[in-house]
Ligand binder design. Structure first.
Ligand SMILES: *Cc1c(COP(=O)(O)O)cnc(C)c1O
Length: 384
């Protein structure tokens, strides 16, 4: 670069929710306005309309909306009667809510390692963790594979171990609604799938929200009861212990509008991820999406040799480019989770990834000149 040329250091957003808001324009205002007029703030007509659209989008029979992605996981575990003495297997390299939900219902999260190429649960490590759980006297009940950063886990490999060990599979697709695996959509890859509409997720609302997707009619009925205090015939007939777990009507109204442009946004994410891969694969380890998979790239996460990423983050920050570390500490090293069991064979990949990963700005509205600026800055920083 010409040393007299001045570097553009205008701040770039990590996720540009405002750009999507501009695109949607009055559609959101009108949708929210309709709710403000009809005043059915809980379980209003938009909730059912959204659930039908969400189920249709992924091809699941049922979508049961709820108050958050965390509640979606908790509700399924409650519906399955999972609790004290039960082992639920989950990766250590994930957002805390995966294991938090397990602990909330009184069960024991047993940590499993991930594959370094995909950041997702390693079926061999899962097998070993089942043996660990049995040895320490826990009853293996369920596994929660996570489709991390928008990429589906190897669900066939998980299903094979689960069938052999009689484990219920709950897909934590909080980051991956819209992704596909072997031509099957996320939402249909496991007997139950939990997703989140937290604003920064690929399909986000303007507050907290989540949903469970399932083909199981009985499970769907129980989930609908659980999210409204375990109601039976009506709200004042309580047949089980439940919770306040509903999605607000206003959020459903927002999501109806956002779902209409979601396919287009997924396509944009593919294009942007490809441009990152083309621009960075010779200076960093970039995510590889194997044949038969489609990631929604909730994050674009690269790997650098341990010790290099902090310098990269500082350099980029000085040029107005934000980065994030997902996740700096695997769950088995967190104060709240370090007493829970770790599967036989250990979690060396989770530990390694926590030292190597760094995520770059990623959203459907990242324009080409801005992305070029990011790519060039990363290249300069890593080569210099
Ligand atoms: C965001 C997230 C959750 C929880 O979703 P909330 O809606 O924030 O409760 C669970 N698991 C994973 C992997 C997540 O990224």
């Amino acid at each position: 670069m010409n040393q007299h040329a001045r570097l553009d250091t205008t701040p770039i957003p990590f996720i540009d929710v405002a750009a999507q808001r501009r695109r949607l324009g009055n559609a959101i205002d009108d949708a929210v306005g309709r709710v403000l007029n009809h005043c059915q703030f809980m379980m209003g007509p938009e909730v059912v309309i959204f659930e039908q659209a969400l189920a249709k989008f992924c091809g699941a029979r049922h979508a049961i909306s709820c108050a958050s992605g965390t509640d979606a996981i908790v509700l399924v575990l409650m519906a399955r009667g999972i609790g004290r003495g039960d082992a639920v297997f989950c990766p250590s390299f994930t957002f805390c809510a995966t294991a938090e939900a397990v602990a909330l219902v009184g069960a024991t999260p047993v940590f499993v390692d991930v594959e370094k190429a995909t950041f997702n649960i390693d079926a061999l490590s899962l097998k070993r963790a089942v043996a660990t759980a049995k040895r320490i006297g826990l009853k293996p009940k369920a596994v929660i594979p996570v489709d991390l950063f928008g990429l589906p886990a190897d669900h066939d490999a998980v299903a094979e171990v689960s069938a052999a060990e009689n484990l219920f599979v709950l897909d934590d697709a909080a980051q991956a609604f819209g992704a596909t695996y072997k031509n099957r959509a996320v939402g249909t890859l496991a007997p139950a799938t939990a997703t989140s509409f937290f604003p920064a997720k690929p399909l986000g609302c303007y507050g907290d929200g989540g949903a469970v997707l399932t083909n199981d009619d009985d499970l769907a009925d129980v989930l609908k009861s659980l999210r409204i205090h375990g109601q039976g015939m009506d709200k004042y007939d309580n047949v089980r212990i439940g919770m306040t777990g509903r999605l607000d009507t206003i959020q459903a109204a927002v999501l109806i509008e956002k779902l209409k442009i979601f396919s287009d946004e997924i396509a944009a994410r593919q294009r942007i991820a490809q441009a990152y891969a083309d621009g960075l694969s010779d200076v960093a380890i970039v995510p590889k999406v194997a044949d038969g998979y489609r990631s929604v790239f909730a994050q674009y996460t690269i790997r650098l040799a341990a010790g290099h990423r902090d310098r990269l983050a500082i350099t980029l920050k000085s040029q107005g480019i934000p980065t994030a570390i997902y996740y700096p500490k695997p769950l088995h090293r967190q104060v709240a989770y370090r007493e829970f069991p770790v599967g036989d064979g250990g979690l060396s990949v989770s530990d390694m990834l926590a030292d190597e990963v760094i995520s770059l700005p990623m959203h459907a509205y990242l324009d080409a000149p801005t992305q070029t600026r990011i790519i060039e800055a990363v290249r300069r920083a890593l080569k210099g």
